[in-house]
Design a protein around this ligand. Structure first.
Ligand SMILES: [Zn+2]
Length: 237
């Protein structure tokens, strides 16, 4: 294998590692971002917050109605027991009973409205709960896909790291130094394929002398324009 080809293979492996790393960081970010689930949970909490005070108010109305009914019964019993004879007192008791009955009629109307509101709030809560379940389910499925992809990419990364180690064993320290020096200035692609007589990286046509050097196997011929190390495409003549 020519030195240029060994460097080209190293470059392809390293680009593969970079692609893995890029996708792995995207996946890590996606796994962090579960906004849809958080929003559905917030809607459920809001529905619960609406329902709780309605329940409390309905319960309080029931208690007040019950208490008034008890008072009506007790006053009624006293009224007909014969123990009270004073006409003014008897009249007051009758008026009190009437007042309590009117009050309870009002309270029962309010309670009915409250029960309807409770029903509505309970339906909203059930719907929010179903939404959360659906969204959480979707999230978990998506999550699983991402976790599967993450596992595949990590295996790829390990395999590529081993390939890189082997590729490096074919490369001299001097060549590697040149390769590493070019790498940051050439977007991680210090090696370019010669496509016909054109550098595939920068698109500049090379001189006959350069092509001749490359075809004669002169060590590390560089593109006259971008300075990348030129290589004939592996597998091609
Ligand atoms: Zn070039």
């Amino acid at each position: 294998m020519s030195q240029a080809l060994a460097l080209y293979q190293l470059q392809e492996i390293e680009l593969g590692i970079l692609r893995c790393q890029k996708r792995l960081s995207e996946i890590a970010a996606a796994l962090e971002d579960n906004q849809a689930v958080a929003e559905a949970r917030a809607r459920l909490e809001a529905a619960q917050k609406t329902l709780t005070p309605l329940h409390t108010r309905a319960r309080n109305l029931e208690l007040e109605i019950q208490s008034n009914a008890d008072k009506i019964r007790a006053t009624d019993e006293r009224l007909y027991s014969g123990s009270v004879r004073n006409p003014k007192e008897l009249q007051d008791m009758q008026q009190e009973i009437q007042a309590l009955k009117r009050r309870n009629a009002e309270l029962e109307d309010t309670l009915l409205e409250m029960m309807l509101a409770v029903e509505e709030a309970e339906a909203a809560l059930a719907s929010a709960r179903a939404d959360l379940q659906q969204i959480t389910g979707d999230w978990e499925t998506q999550n699983q896909n991402l976790l599967d992809e993450q596992a595949r990419l990590k295996a790829d990364e390990t395999r590529l790291a081993e390939q890189r180690r082997q590729a490096l064993s074919h490369i001299s320290a001097e060549d590697l130094k040149l390769y590493n020096a070019l790498k940051p200035r050439r977007h991680n692609q210090p090696v370019a394929v010669l496509d016909g007589d054109t550098c595939a990286a920068c698109g500049v046509e090379q001189t006959m002398a350069i092509i001749s050097d490359l075809d004669r196997g002169v060590s590390l011929v560089k593109c006259m324009s971008c300075g990348r190390i030129l290589v004939r495409k592996p597998g091609k003549a």
